[in-house]
Design a protein around this ligand. Sequence first.
Ligand code: ARG
Length: 462
Amino acid sequence: MSKLWGGRFTKDTNELVDRLTSSIGFDQKLAEEDIQGSLAHVQMLSEQGIISGEEASLIRKGLIQVKEKMDRGELEYSEADEDIHMNIEKFLIDEIGPVGGKLHTGRSRNDQVATDMHLYLKKHTQTVIELIESVQGALLKQAEDHIYTMIPGYTHLQRAQPVSLAHHLLAYFWMLERDKERFLDSMKRVDLSPLGAGAMAGTTFPIDRKRTAEILGFSGVYPNSMDAVSDRDFILEFLSASSIMMMHISRLSEELVIWSSQEFNFIELDDAFCTGSSIMPQKKNPDVPELLRAKTGRVYGDLMGLLTVLKGLPLAYNKDMQEDKEGMFDTVETIEGSLGLLAPLIGSMNVNTDAMKKAVTTDYSNATDLADYLVKKGMPFREAHAVTGRIVLDAIQKGLVLLELDLNHLKEFSPLIESDVFEAVSPETVVGKRDSEGGTAFSEVEKQLSLAKEKLKLQEQG
Ligand code: ARG
């Protein structure tokens, strides 16, 4: 019987069963973490006198040799050996003989796999945080260059009130900041060691869980062995944080797609980040933001998939949980790839300030300010709203914008209107005067920028 657990079996496993139960096709991505976990375990076993120092050093050397051979592509994984844990154990025994079989003392694949996943996610959460910061940096840089560039602000995708382009871009900076906080917070839970929980009930060997946690760089251990091998909420948190972040990235991408259309023409994406059409020679397509928008769907799918896998499982470990991996790897690769592209995409985009200027000077997005102007001259807001509405309608019918209307004509709508009205509804005033905290006024945007810079700098240092 060639299986590591073959002792109580009388037949070989059906080949189709091997195919169904095997996870080596995907969990080989955990090879590094698996060896890292084994090295810590074997060190602790010898420190505790559970195996001899000599045995431990043989196993340690063997594991390192296996790792080197794996890196050189000299070892072939076998489906019959099911998963990365048993493949590595097999390689180890091939390498150093039966003493390799002592490695699994006081351990189960159940705590082993959970440990691998914690190590893997801890490493990648750190990478994701750094990548988020690079996107924030790109947004910040563009914002710095465009404090005084004005752009229509939209609600219902209808022009609402003009804003500073920096204000618009910084909105995404803060969304990403919260995304980062979510990942950082989830770290508290990823940073726990399940190792030593055994199959689920602990072990009779005098192991030291705190010691393996310490060697692996975890800040603590799961206090309950059943919980340690049963839950995958640390992955769900990663997938949830990723889903929310991808939702933000998708919205930003959608804006980049719209802004780069000929109709808007607010930005031009760099050629290096666009693609062409096989039939229409004039096309320059924003494939990158389109795909970032679409990839959001697969991350949501990964989250829904794992939530569904876990929802009906009794304690403790169930084989169902092997299905936790592909979605996690997929999300890690998807979000790292997406963030990695988004930073240079934003950094290299060209802002068409002329088109933006034209947009804010040829629309009615200063209508609120005309109403506010009347209010400041003593008219109740509700009445000012109605008067302004009539003026806007009149202007639309004449094909003019508010700034183009004649003062005498305006006075027919309200005698309160005087020559200072034009200054009051110019885009510069309209944006510049919205200086309530967090508003779009240039002065407020400057404050926001320094706050954002401080945040980013603090994190880079910390
Ligand atoms: N490949 C398994 C997984 O990923 C490892 C744990 C298997 N444990 C077991 N008792 N079959 O979940």
